[in-house]
Design a protein around this ligand. Structure first.
Ligand SMILES: Nc1ncnc2c1ncn2[C@@H]1O[C@H](COP(=O)(O)OP(=O)(O)O)[C@@H](O)[C@H]1O
Ligand SMILES: [Mg+2]
Length: 234
């Protein structure tokens, strides 16, 4: 996945202002930045559901959103896209049919997200964390090479968030390139690489350890503020 000089405008305003990015296989890239900085717009551009106005996006050698990529790119939107009145099994089967995945893959995916015991439960009756994992399962069943997760841990308790990050790590371990967005900086430590955004531009591409070290910060929150202050001073 490669992005060069990506520009997106909405209502006459530049929302992405020349973004360059790569997402390597088998690793988790965290996309961090305050609300409104353009994280969702960037992710939509990668998935191919966003009109772009400049630059280049190449996903696994193809144009974003093209037919040949359908089962190669998984996308979990901020608002859950599962059918709440269906059971988990019915949801995952539905997405499996859509992408031509087998019934074995359905069972395996439900196991991967740790919901075997909830397979026949309606999503509407699940806890927040379980519902998030249900969405993840639907995006995962086609065994995508690239998985885009837009703020998947938002509103979840710390224990459930840790569990979800554990699932992301296991999925990346299978070779999938994962991009996870969040505005909660303390989740940065779970990522292999960090992309820090503000106002439609990338302020820094770094790693968790390097971010703390170069900014001399004790916490990721502090480090992010230091990066912003440094950018404004420059
Ligand atoms: N349809 C739209 N028309 C005008 N501005 C929009 C539209 N959708 C989003 N925006 C603006 O684009 C910016 C980036 O939004 P978004 O990508 O959703 O940010 P994030 O996901 O980081 O919160 C925000 O300032 C938002 O107000
Ligand atoms: Mg968003």
């Amino acid at each position: 996945m490669a992005i060069e000089g990506l520009v997106v405008r909405k209502a006459g305003r530049e929302i992405l202002r020349g973004v360059d990015l790569r997402l390597p296989a088998g690793s988790i890239t965290g996309l961090f930045g305050p609300s409104g900085c353009g994280k969702t717009t960037l992710m939509r551009s990668i998935v191919g559901v966003q009109k772009t106005h400049g630059g280049r996006v190449v996903v696994l050698g193809a144009r974003p959103g093209s037919r040949e990529l359908r089962s190669d790119v998984g996308y979990v939107t901020q608002a859950a896209a599962v059918y709440k009145d269906l059971t988990l099994l019915q949801n995952v089967r539905y997405f499996a049919r859509l992408y031509g995945a087998s019934d074995d893959q359905v069972q395996e995916t439900i196991r991967t997200v740790g919901l075997t015991g909830q397979a026949r439960q309606k999503v509407s009756s699940m806890s927040g964390g379980q519902a998030s994992r249900a969405s993840l399962a639907c995006a995962l069943v086609a065994r995508p090479k690239l998985l885009i997760l837009d703020e998947p841990t938002v509103g979840l308790d710390p224990v459930t968030r840790e569990e979800l990050w554990g699932h992301f790590r296991a999925i990346a371990g299978g070779g999938t390139a994962i991009m996870v967005s969040s505005h909660v900086m303390d989740e940065a430590g779970h990522c292999d690489r960090l992309v820090l955004m503000r106002d439609g531009t990338i302020l820094s591409r770094t790693t968790p350890a390097a971010l703390l070290e170069t900014t001399g910060s004790a916490t990721y929150d502090q480090a992010f503020l230091a990066v912003i202050a440094h950018g404004e001073a420059a």
